[in-house]
Design a protein around this ligand. Structure first.
Ligand SMILES: Nc1ncnc2c1ncn2[C@@H]1O[C@H](COP(=O)(O)OP(=O)(O)OP(=O)(O)O)[C@@H](O)[C@H]1O
Length: 227
């Protein structure tokens, strides 16, 4: 479902004399249906950069970034939005929401976007919020004032509401207590079991060992670090 081929990336620092910083060369990766692959490598090796290229947030200088049938490296913005709505989910570490939207609606929104009925979207959102121990009295409030851990759980509920065929996870268990961590790992296992292709960054080694089938060390693609 994900196939990254010979990808390279550099950043141009326009405010620093247009210095060009190469951060990736020859990046290669595949993730099959029902597989969970962990990106590993030292801090600064390029894990987040690779995830952002797959999500289409960062442009790719060369190579192919296939998600299903679409080459994200060459796709039009409209195609990327369509991919994100239907195929490609992304659970980042931080919740970014429109102020004043109720938590239940934040979580239900990805389901409405793919045409679920209002009742189904809200029922699924409530189910996930309950599973992740967000008290029902908070569901009608905006999550902007929630604690860091609560916001992360709302973000996870939102990321798992629609059964995306491909999921990118950036530290999904960071700052969670043992009970919620176990719930998130169970959600990931369920997604794998229904065939979702998952690519993640997990600094939580025990979580990585439990749910990931393979690791890809991005240091192999870091210019100047590669062996
Ligand atoms: N927007 C940007 N502009 C300039 N340089 C960037 C940008 N984003 C990332 N970099 C650089 O690219 C390199 C890879 O960063 P990246 O965040 O992908 O690493 P990482 O492996 O995810 O690190 P960590 O584990 O610390 O999150 C770093 O040297 C970083 O400084």
């Amino acid at each position: 479902m994900i196939r990254v081929e010979n990808v390279s990336k550099s950043f141009t620092l326009h405010n620093q004399g247009a210095a060009v910083i190469p951060v990736m060369r020859g990046g290669e990766l595949t993730v099959a249906r029902g597989e969970c692959v962990a990106l590993t490598g030292a801090s600064g090796a390029g894990k987040s950069t690779l995830m952002r290229m797959i999500y289409g947030n960062y442009l790719t200088a060369s190579g192919r970034v296939m998600v299903g049938d679409l080459d994200v490296a060459r796709a039009a913005p409209r195609e990327i939005l369509d991919l994100r709505r239907n195929v490609l989910g992304y659970v980042s570490q931080f919740l970014r929401v429109v102020p004043r939207v109720a938590t239940l609606d934040v979580v239900a929104e990805p389901l409405r976007a793919v045409g679920s009925s209002e009742a189904d979207a809200r029922a699924r959102a409530g189910e996930l919020l309950a599973q992740l121990n967000i008290p029902e009295r908070l569901w009608q409030l905006s999550p902007t004032t929630f604690s860091g851990g609560e916001q992360q759980r709302v973000n996870i509920a939102r990321g798992f509401a629609h059964p995306y065929p491909v999921l990118l996870l950036d530290e999904p268990t960071a700052s969670l207590d043992a009970t919620n961590r176990a719930t998130v790992l169970a959600l990931i296992e369920e997604a794998k079991a229904r065939g979702t292709a998952i690519l993640g960054i997990f600094h939580d080694e025990a979580a990585r060992d439990q749910i990931c089938d393979r690791e890809v060390d991005v240091t192999r693609f870091t210019p100047g670090l590669a062996a």
